[in-house]
Ligand binder design. Structure first.
Ligand code: FES
Length: 86
């Protein structure tokens, strides 16, 4: 199981964390990954400056934008899921 945490603190919320979460949820459904990816919310991760903060396992990414959420999911989350399965 890969844990993905999306910041829902006020700064990230204003930058579209709810849209990022919705995109991730849709992709998890589409790809049939509900039992491989756990999506969670968290309050401020002290990484507010550039966009939505997302943590994938132990790695924190800053500056995820709603319009890039699908590409981020495919590049950064799916690769970890594949390693987790392997
Ligand atoms: S509000 Fe998201 S990192 Fe601070």
């Amino acid at each position: 199981m890969v844990t993905v945490v999306i910041c829902v603190g006020s700064s990230c919320y204003v930058r579209g964390s709810d849209q990022v979460a919705a995109t991730f949820e849709n992709l998890i459904d589409q790809e049939g990954l509900a039992d491989q990816v756990e999506l969670m919310g968290a309050f401020c991760m002290e990484e507010c400056s550039m966009g939505v903060a997302v943590r994938v396992e132990d790695k924190v990414y800053r500056g995820v934008h709603p319009e890039d959420a699908e590409a981020f999911f495919r590049d950064e989350i799916l690769s970890v899921v594949k390693k987790d399965v392997a």
